[in-house]
Design a protein around this ligand. Structure first.
Ligand code: ADP
Ligand code: MG
Length: 633
């Protein structure tokens, strides 16, 4: 049977096309907000309910539309902003495709109330399923109010893929924040479920917009960038944060091209590069960077949602942005070294398996306790082992009796607290018997098994051990420890919204957070299990955990959310400082790992162990090469 080939009806075509523009509530907000800004508004209010799934209202005091204008605006490919294709190269407005209102109208219920400046009457127009179902005069203020409800009501497949309210709102907040930072001369307010997320003054001062969106502390830390550097860009202007004011995610770097909010990974990378070693590898600054790109220097028409941009001279842009930001940071005396990012400072590399960015003395104590050479070397019973003078770079191999290094041969050494492991895990979940040979790159344990060699990533192993311990503690009665000192911290608008949505899950984890006011948080308790290690880092840690709610978008039960967070907590730099090595030796780490339900992967799925089988090693040495007559020894 041959399948029928049929033409799609106009309705279906519309909805498919609309899907290119309207992916989620945040895309609706973005289009409506861009229209308001293009309409010369001085004040825009964005109000959303249930992450924008139930209702989105964008109200502006801009130029408004006549009835004819409004009727035209909701038709396909109608725009007041572009006459023909030649205009595409010199677009001064944010929107230009003339498809947003039409697209939104075909996947939602859409209403527009609008009145041109100075006009005596306004127009109200309603679109349902892509058709204008109602249009008539109405009394309303000058400007335009667009309301969108029942988004994707007629496209269940798309509606189904929307995330939690909190995550959808986080996307909306990202877009509105970006435009609030991009257009400090416009007063922009964002409200979610009746609560104000932020409100900018519209006084034209970028720093004041940063204060509204990110808080006073961040605003105070911002350094002006005013790039006169040479390159393909005509100018670079904006603000970047002091390196000490940073976060765990990239979402606080806002990139603009000629005032338009875009995603430009090139620019984000260039910003981070400029900080060099001033930032730890997993931390990111706050930044608002506007690039003045000459006509033809950028392709803004890459994607229907117009978020991605391509630069004609990508490398040139990257270098110019980095140079401009370096100059700004240097001006504040903030850059000392030009070592590439990722090459850690000495204090980070000399400690085996250590990767914390903390400067606390608490951690310094840990560091020395965590050093395997200190531990093993201090054991008088192992001091005599002298079979490896040739491997002097490895403390374990040097100083340890063969029997001490043989994991599982000496069970009393292998378990924590000197107890033997209970339970009977299956072979699959257990590590092979192994003899530790040494350490490579201060990072990997090298061991010999019956089948070949294994490399164990200490960090990944440690994260797995931490994770399972935390999970056990949370499942039982999680003991919390009250912090002696109440540390308050300021939240960005985004963090405040996340805390509203996920405060319960955080407290299930042991982090109880008080809210003296909307944008301030104070952590009162932490999980006792990690209390000694995080100490005064607790508030910042809780704040980092909050961001993970969006990154991972954990759906469903509090349990699922908590489990997701446990994984992040176990991997957090201030937690993963060698728990197991602190408690014993490498054997201790391996024993703890062996007791894990799943010793083979870190909580985020990275492997803890790589096996190199005898066959593989032999193959690499071409031991079956005929020239050797197949001889093996
Ligand atoms: P585009 O923004 O690409 O032109 P849209 O579908 O978003 O396409 O809007 C179509 C037209 O409707 C715009 O060109 C503009 O003339 C008009 N319009 C839309 N929103 C507003 C608004 N908030 N105020 C005034 N005019 C608007
Ligand atoms: Mg538009």
């Amino acid at each position: 049977m041959t399948p029928d080939i049929r033409e799609l009806d106009a309705d279906t075509r519309d909805r498919i096309a609309a899907g290119e523009v309207v992916e989620r509530p945040a895309s609706v907000v973005k289009e409506l907000l861009e229209n308001a800004l293009d309409a010369d508004a001085t004040r825009v209010t964005v109000t959303v309910e249930a992450g924008g799934k139930d209702r989105i209202v964008v109200a502006d005091d801009g130029v408004g539309m006549t009835e004819t204008g409004a009727r035209k605006a909701v038709r396909e490919h109608t725009t007041s902003k572009l006459r023909d294709i030649d205009d595409l190269n010199a677009i001064g407005t944010l929107g230009f495709r003339g498809e947003a209102l039409h697209a939104i109208g075909s996947v939602a219920w859409l209403s527009i109330r609008t009145k041109p400046r100075g006009a005596t009457r306004g127009t109200e127009l309603t679109v349902e399923g892509g058709d204008v179902v109602d249009c008539g005069p109405v009394g309303c203020p000058e400007g335009t109010t667009v309301e969108v409800t029942d988004l994707f009501g007629n496209v269940p497949a798309r509606r189904k893929y929307l995330k939690t309210d909190s995550t959808e709102f986080a996307h909306i907040q990202q877009v509105v924040s970006a435009y609030a930072l991009a257009s400090p001369e416009v007063a922009i307010t964002l409200e979610h479920d009746g609560r104000e997320a932020f409100s900018t003054a519209g006084d034209g001062d970028r720093r004041s917009a940063v204060m509204a969106v990110y808080g006073r502390e961040v605003a105070a830390s911002m350094i002006p960038v005013d790039g006169g550097a040479k390159g393909p860009l005509e100018g670079i202007e904006g603000l970047v944060s002091h390196p000490e004011t940073n976060r765990a995610g990239r979402e606080y770097m806002t990139t603009l091209v000629n005032g338009r909010y875009v995603t430009a990974s090139t620019v984000r990378e260039a910003i981070v590069d400029a900080y060099g070693t001033q930032l730890s590898p997993d931390r990111y600054p706050f930044a608002v960077i506007d690039l003045d790109v000459p006509p033809g220097g950028v392709d803004v028409n890459v994607h229907p949602r117009k978020l991605e941009v391509l630069f004609a001279d990508d490398e040139g842009v990257r270098e110019q942005v980095s140079a401009a930001i370096e100059t700004a940071l240097l001006g504040e005396g903030l850059l000392r070294s030009r070592a590439p990012r990722g090459q850690s400072a000495p204090e980070q590399t000399e400690i085996p398996g250590e990767q914390t960015e903390s400067d606390g003395s608490e951690d310094d104590k840990l560091d020395s306790a965590a050093r395997p050479e200190t531990e093993v070397g201090s054991d008088p019973a192992s001091a005599s082992g002298g079979r490896s003078a040739s491997r002097s770079s490895s403390a374990w191999a040097d100083d340890t009796e063969p029997s001490d290094r043989s994991f599982r041969d000496t069970p009393t050494q292998n378990t924590l607290g000197g107890e033997e492991a209970t339970g009977t895990p299956t072979d699959l979940d257990r590590l092979p018997e192994m003899t530790v040979l040494g350490q490579f790159d201060d990072t990997y344990v090298i061991a010999e098994t019956a089948d070949g060699l294994v490399l164990i990533d200490q960090h990944a192993a440690d994260e797995r051990v931490n994770y399972e311990r935390l999970r056990e503690a949370v499942a039982g009665d999680l003991t919390t420890q009250t912090l002696a000192e109440l540390v308050e911290l300021e939240l960005t608008a985004r963090e405040a919204s996340l805390l509203d949505a996920h405060g319960d899950a955080l407290s299930r984890l042991g982090f109880r957070v008080q809210r003296p006011d909307g944008r301030t948080a104070a952590v009162t308790t932490v999980p006792a299990l990690v209390a000694d290690r995080i100490g005064s880092d607790a508030p910042a840690l809780a704040r980092d955990l909050l961001s993970e709610f969006v990154a991972g978008d954990p759906e469903g039960t509090v349990e699922a959310v908590v489990d997701d967070l446990l994984g992040d907590l176990a991997c957090h730099p201030s937690i993963k400082g060698n728990t197991s090595l602190r408690e014993g030796t490498v054997a201790g780490l391996l024993a703890a790992l062996d007791e894990c339900e799943n010793p083979y992967a870190c909580p985020h799925g990275r492997p803890t162990i790589i096996e190199l089988s005898r066959e593989e090693i032999e193959n690499r040495f071409e031991r079956d090469y005929p020239g050797h007559g197949g001889r093996r020894q």
